[in-house]
Design a protein around this ligand. Sequence first.
Ligand SMILES: *Cc1c(COP(=O)(O)O)cnc(C)c1O
Length: 402
Amino acid sequence: MLDLATALELDGDRPRLSNDFVLPDGLVYLDGNSLGAMPVQARERARRVVDEEWASGLIRSWNDADWVSLARRVGDRIGALVGAGPGTTIACDSTSINLYKAVSSAMSHADGPRVILTDSANFPSDLYVLGSLASAHGWELRTVDPARLTGALAEGVGVLAVTQVDYRSGRRHDMAAVTGRAAGLGVVSVWDLAHSAGAFDVQLEECGVDYAVGCGYKYLNGGPGAPAFIYVSSSRQAEMSNPITGWFGHEQPFDFDPSFRPAEGIDRMRVGTSHILSLSVLDAALDVFDTVDRFEVWRRGTELVSYLIEGFEALGLEVITPRLGADRGSQASFRHPQAYAIVQALIDRGVIGDFRAPDVARFGVAPLYLGHRDVAEALAALSDLLEDGDLERHGIKRGQVT
Ligand SMILES: *Cc1c(COP(=O)(O)O)cnc(C)c1O
């Protein structure tokens, strides 16, 4: 198991690959997959947007501070992190809403059977969204075991809608293989990158993905409730449609035309006014990715997760995360009947992970701001805890957000 001395040696003079994050002293933060840590640039930008652009600039800032194109600019920056060219990605709304828009559009031009295929490990919000779309349009939502996904594609499907990384186990679908097979069968693909964007290398265009959505506040560190993003491949843009026809998806919002004319390009997937405060903070948070070699960041992530998994195994825990880096996202999870109490007791000891019902303890590795030392300290705390037992008192009171 990774001990502190070895960890310090492995970190060398770079305990963190980026020093731009503000983290409380003495805390090991293994929850960047729920809410990324705060980059210093975010704080500075928040002050500027509030004090200068809003308080002083007022309505003029739409043009003077270029608020009007911010969603596009941030979208392009996120696109660059997920293998998507300029003009294919836009930052707006939440992941759930973008999923609704993406799948609705995919359904409108899918010419195969009226079936949406997903897997049973998908995130509940995604399953709810898919369920309501299917029932509203008289489609079937077919939910299969994740291991059966590729096989199930051949069984009469119009739209594939899956999340790349399983939020509980960390298991990652092979995007290239699954999308390639879908395309060969005429199935339109929609990928949710909530636990992928910023965490590891994603190549949307190379894989031939049609639509994708993802989250701004996890590995992109955009802050609580940061806008999400939506991607539409350039080959699907001519036929894409937005089920919510708001004024920002109009060809000329400021013509105030009483009839709707869809915008050309990715702007068509917009609905209403951008969330300028949170979008600005997300924009600033993305600066961090410009200061590092992202492939080095992702390599470190894979290495840290491997150490975590080895440590869990050495403690006799039931690891549910794939051992191979290419088969998982940037997290390590184990199953335990007292998972909730373990996570709470670790938080008391300064190690923040999270619990996912019914019995999973999950530890996210955001490699921009974590080092081997953090992993060694987390494992030491866990080892102590499992030895001295006293978990009962931690399992009693559960907060509303877990
Ligand atoms: C985090 C997450 C979401 C969050 O959706 P919001 O609408 O932003 O709250 C959606 N889907 C998946 C797979 C997620 O991991």
